[in-house]
Design a binder for this molecule. Structure first.
Ligand code: BGC
Length: 382
């Protein structure tokens, strides 16, 4: 990590935004002064059934503009400058709410109650077998047929001198998509002048239940004008969880060394993707102490100079290289999303954990609190 940061610093003639190797939140102090431009605006986005849906625009002093809707907790847009000062949108998505409702591969959404797959939609908990909705071949994916990405969340705007944000909450009923227990979920998005979007996800239950919640943003730092294969990626993980043909973990935890899975020192997404059947769609085991907020990934595009650093408290990160995008989706501004035109870095618990005794626990029990934070930090390197 140090070597990577140093080489970036050497290459940098000027770094527009706060950047470097420091932890999120450690800045110059400027970001904690009262800000005139940190704003949040609410507008009408459409209707889901008979429920009104809003779009919230969060802006900071440095011209970062993030749009979030309370339908699915979706980040619909992140605008940031490139190294020439030109502003562009670095995430995939749609212009209209109806397009999200009709057909979205989880663009920008909060996914749950269990992100990624649970094999055959079945698990045993405290001696009882539970059957979940099946929506991905034989398996359960991202919470089922109507996951948290497809519901309308209650929203409260928040603002103080340091950040502007949106607090979303959703009550998931006992039995929803087959899951046991009433689950109270809260997602807080907050943008500050350190160019960080902080995502805090919290949940509490009244019965033991599997819980795995994450944000499913597709990044393309070249505004989806080309694929992401030329982006440079660093993943702070020396192990990953291999999968079978149905993308279910085999239960093994394998080293990434000397293989196309290795992104420890940073290289282009496309450099060895041909050696990975189907492309990257794997959970990486992050090198960290449990629960610690630490640097998990750096995504950098040499062409635009845009960089996103991801910090997380979560134990894993699903790197999905947009393998199922196939040109059938036309997104924002009429851009066609072809194979590998976006990639996801989903900070999460490991897929299929309820069936994998060797994986970190993903069962939440009454009286416990699920609380995981992920930070996206945006930088331009000139
Ligand atoms: C999964 C992919 C899936 C995609 C859906 C990712 O989180 O790992 O297998 O196709 O979400 O968009």
């Amino acid at each position: 990590m140090g070597a990577k940061c140093n080489s970036f610093l050497l290459l940098s003639i000027l770094i527009f935004f706060q950047s470097g190797c420091n932890n999120p939140g450690e800045g110059t102090g400027k970001e904690y002064q009262d800000s005139v431009k940190l704003t949040i605006m609410k507008s009408y986005f459409g209707k889901s059934g008979n429920q009104d849906v809003s779009l919230y625009t969060l802006t900071n002093d440095n011209g970062i503009v993030i749009k979030i809707t309370n339908y699915g907790g979706i980040i619909t847009s992140i605008l940031m400058p490139d190294k020439k000062g030109k502003t562009g949108d670095i995430v995939l998505g749609y212009d209209n709410l109806n397009q999200y409702i009709e057909n979205s591969p989880y663009f920008g959404a909060i996914v749950g109650r269990y992100a990624n797959r649970i094999a055959k939609g079945r698990f045993t908990l405290d001696g009882r077998i539970y059957e979940l909705a099946i929506n991905d071949g034989d398996h359960h994916l991202h919470g089922g047929i109507k996951g948290f990405d497809k519901v309308v969340w209650d929203a409260i705007e928040t603002k103080d001198s340091a950040q502007v944000g949106l607090s979303l909450s959703y009550h998931s009923k006992d039995g929803e998509e087959g899951y046991p227990g009433n689950l109270e979920v809260k997602v807080t998005y907050a943008l500050n002048n350190n160019n960080e979007l902080r995502i805090l996800i919290e949940a509490e239950t009244d019965k033991p239940t599997p819980v795995n919640l994450c944000n499913h943003t597709y990044f393309n730092l070249r505004e989806a004008d080309t694929s992401v294969l030329g982006h440079m990626l660093t993943l702070f993980a020396d192990k990953y969880t291999p999968v079978d043909e149905g993308l279910i973990p085999t239960g093994k935890i394998a080293p990434v060394s000397n293989s196309a899975m290795d992104f420890k020192t940073g290289r282009s997404v496309g450099s060895q993707i041909g050696q990975v059947k189907g492309g990257y769609d794997h959970n990486y085991v992050l090198q960290k102490n449990p629960g610690e907020l630490s640097l998990a990934a750096i995504l950098y595009d040499p062409e635009t100079g845009r960089e996103v650093k991801l910090y997380t408290t979560q134990p894993g990160l699903q790197f999905y290289s947009g393998n199922f995008l196939d040109g059938t989706i036309t997104g924002k501004g009429g851009k066609v999303y072809r194979k590998h035109y976006g990639l996801c870095l989903e900070t999460q618990h490991f897929p299929d954990s309820p069936n994998q005794p060797g994986f970190p626990n993903a069962i939440l029990r009454p009286g416990e609190k699920f609380s995981e934070e992920t930070v996206f930090q945006f930088t331009v390197i000139k």
